[in-house]
Design a protein around this ligand. Structure first.
Ligand code: TYD
Ligand code: MG
Length: 460
């Protein structure tokens, strides 16, 4: 028998190295290289796994041929709905047969609950199988009963060995398979403990290959460590087609499902859920929750319209500007890019004539929303100005627009839709880039188009 190969894989970034080193050469993390056994064949999957696949008779089409890009025959992706609009949206429009979807999140975020709800409903229309490695069948059964989910037809299995899972799955041939969670799975070909890099990697590879070859939709659950990385190796992210995170704030009952990677669609979609005593409920109008404002109007707060994937979202941005006590004024951005804040403050000084170099500046997006869009620039600056002058902005004002280095206000995509959303929520006045002002106006709203930062300051 050929000598088996050994490699070292970084637990953080998944990069591979021929020998052990104290520091990972690619991500520079210390002490993250773990030994894995590649078997004699090398490559990403051990020969033990490949032989096992042959033995079990999964028929993979491996014939390779070179083709012209223009001549590739396109089939429409045969998607089907997961029965939950918010999940469908984040996955780019539904489930794709043969795809592997990884759902990450903190323990307690609601991953198992979400998938159980989805699976109970899907099982009414198609063969579906739920594998639990963490909870007992009784625990899952009790949860389903308590949530009042349809219990018929869903095939349940408590098992942690991937070979057994795939063998049993093949008898049922489910169209959707859930494995909860990948961190407790193990493959009999690998000797290290469940949760280790080698186990997670081989187990996931085995399950993903099963999904690809049988056209099953595979949901893998993955736990996330405190700092937000997937526990175990990042290498999982390379294997799967979609990676979505179920984000939770400790103190909030709302959960945000966010796409991180999607081979079949955009990743900027957001799904919002609320955890209730009857499980996760979809939130159809997320703007309403992120906008739950206090009654009195305080300086430093302004509402803007974000564009999340295919829909608008109203969020509140807050700023606090205060005389700096030390020699070095602080700049802190929560939910926004700190470097961009620094840049915008320079623009404010140069083109708005407002001096903040001796002030601490703190900015925050309410509700734990992360803003990556440049459309937040103008709202951010106006919140800062409002706090600096200690004057509250009108309650019914909404603002968006990108600010350039020359103090010019640049248009942002989907201006009209953003204004419609704001009008729907009762906002009466908007300050937006000139090019974003709709010609026919917005009913019930006064829209002020501006092209320079100074005009925005005048318009307040
Ligand atoms: P769970 O799905 O077990 O989380 P995960 O699989 O991501 O670790 O959800 C667990 C949390 O959700 C738990 O703290 C209790 C809460 N929960 C509710 O509030 N209502 C419910 O109906 C259910 C099922 C769970
Ligand atoms: Mg769970």
């Amino acid at each position: 028998m050929a000598k088996s190969k050994i490699a070292y894989v970084c637990e953080d970034c998944g990069s591979e190295s021929g020998q052990w080193q104290g520091q990972c050469a690619s991500c520079k993390a210390w002490n993250t290289l773990k030994q894995i056994n590649l078997g004699s064949g090398g490559g990403s999957q051990s020969p033990a796994v490949q032989a096992d696949f042959r033995k079990q008779g999964y028929t993979g089409k491996t014939a390779a041929a070179v083709q012209d890009l223009a001549e590739i025959e396109l089939e429409a992706l045969p998607r089907f709905s997961a029965g939950m609009a918010e999940l469908d949206r984040v996955l780019g429009g539904g489930l794709v047969p043969g795809s592997a979807v990884l759902i990450g999140g903190n323990p307690g975020a609601g991953k198992s609950t979400l998938l159980l709800q989805v699976m109970c409903h899907l099982a009414q229309q198609m063969p579906a199988m739920y594998v639990t490695g963490e909870e007992s069948l009784q625990q899952v059964g009790m949860r389903a009963r308590r949530l009042g989910l349809p219990e018929k037809n869903l095939k349940m299995l408590a098992e942690t060995e991937v070979e057994t899972i795939c063998r049993l799955a093949q008898e049922i041939n489910p169209r959707v398979l859930v494995v909860d969670s990948i961190q407790v799975m193990h493959s009999h070909g690998v000797t290290s403990a469940p949760g280790s890099v080698a186990q997670v990697r081989e187990s996931a590879a085995y399950l993903v290959q099963y999904a690809k070859q049988t056209g099953t939709v595979l949901f893998l659950v993955g736990h996330v460590t405190k700092d937000g990385t997937l526990a175990g190796p990042k290498v999982l992210e390379h294997m799967i087609d979609c990676f979505v995170m179920l984000e939770s704030n400790d103190d909030s009952r709302f959960r945000v499902l966010r796409g991180q990677k999607n081979r079949f669609g955009a990743i900027n979609e957001l799904g919002v859920f609320a955890m209730t005593e009857r499980g996760l409920k979809e939130v159809k109008n997320p703007s309403a929750i992120f906008l739950a404002r206090t009654e009195d109007n305080s300086p430093g707060s302004v509402v803007m319209v974000l564009w999340e994937g295919t829909r608008p979202l109203l969020v509140e941005i807050q700023a606090l500007v205060d005389t700096s006590q030390g020699g070095h004024p602080r700049r802190l951005a929560v939910g926004l890019d700190q470097n961009r804040l620094g840049m915008l403050l320079a623009v404010l000084h140069r083109h708005g004539g407002l001096f903040v170099a001796d002030q601490d500046v703190f900015v925050n997006v309410v509700g734990g929303v992360k803003v990556t869009e440049t459309s937040a620039d103008l709202a951010l600056l106006l919140a800062i100005v409002s706090s600096l002058r200690d004057e509250a902005l009108p309650r019914e004002l909404v603002v968006f627009g990108e600010v350039g280095l020359a103090g010019e206000i640049r248009p942002v995509p989907s201006g009209g839709e953003r204004l419609q959303e704001a009008a729907k929520h009762g906002f009466k006045k908007a300050i937006v880039p000139k090019a974003n002002v709709p010609k026919q106006g917005v009913s019930g709203m006064k829209v002020i188009g501006i092209s320079k930062l100074s005009e925005a300051l005048d318009a307040l």
